[in-house]
Design a protein. Sequence first.
Length: 348
Amino acid sequence: MIMENGLSVSDLAQFETLEQFIIEREANFPHSTGAFSRLLRDLSIAGKVVNRDMRRAGLVDISGTTGEINVQGEVQQKMDALAHQEFVRALRRGGECCLIGSEEHAEAIPLRTNSGDSDGEYIVLLDPLDGSSNIEVNVSVGTIFSIYRLPEEFDEPELDAALQPGVQQVAAGYIVYGSSTMLVYTTGEGVNGFTLDPSIGEFLLSHPDIKIPKKGKQYSINEGNYNSFDSGLKQYIKWMQQNDPDTSRPYSTRYIGSFVADFHRNLLKGGLYIYPSTSKSPDGKLRLMYEANPMALIVEQAGGRASDGRKRILDKMPDRLHQRTPLYIGSDEMVKMAEEFLSGERTR
Ligand code: AHM
Ligand code: MG
């Protein structure tokens, strides 16, 4: 039988669903309670809801701004607010999460109440919709999530429980709403990517065990800010632009302005994404806890590297939920070379 999308039922049967994959992995841990699997299921369900809403943006009144300014001082898009609500709702309903930190909410959101509506042991930090100003112009956007366990010393979930370095993440992932919708995640044992088949509403394993090439030929940075980059970074950019066929230079610039989309492309093809400190944003623009850390865990699990230019992202000790960090992330050799230029060890 041929389905609407041209795939036959037997084609689809070749693919493992996200749910099957999670259950199989869980079976490797004999004492697992299934809570973590249910948490991932809740996140994937929210992702499907956001995906559905986004596919109708432009037809129904969900694109454009809410007129509010979010905690970052940025204009909040209606889809930002909607995506935040969908993830909070799914996590609250699912019961496995005790604390949420979201880009769209100033404070951490505890899910345990006096009525004890959740005994969840997991903390989820997320950017519900990254790059959302791109929705109006039909460019890919994404959700990024980071998962920690509630440390034993905390009886009740509170912000301090979430302020753990990225190396303590138990899992991290993103959903890219692009020409197709993909969920990519890691639990610290490699990285796997699942493509949403809209005809059956399931994420199917399409990219098993993703590895990022050691070096690439593309770099992603907002070069409009060039004048405020530090001199090491300017030298590195000039190096990437030089003509040298032996090292495949000049490299190409690819910058969508949607971190998840830029990261996803670089992960599959090799490349480097940079959001450095600039005079306007001395600490960089991206947020450590729900943008840099989860992507850093994914990139390292795929064989790549993530740093703030000097230090490994995953080792940074956070002091607040919405903390920013400069970010150099992608192919191992490209990030290392950036660090060499920034330290002055290399000038050309
Ligand atoms: P957001 O979380 O408010 O959407 O901001 C993050 C976005 C990233 O997706 C993107 O890479 C970056 O901001 C683009 O910033 P700029 O326009 O300064 O280049
Ligand atoms: Mg963001």
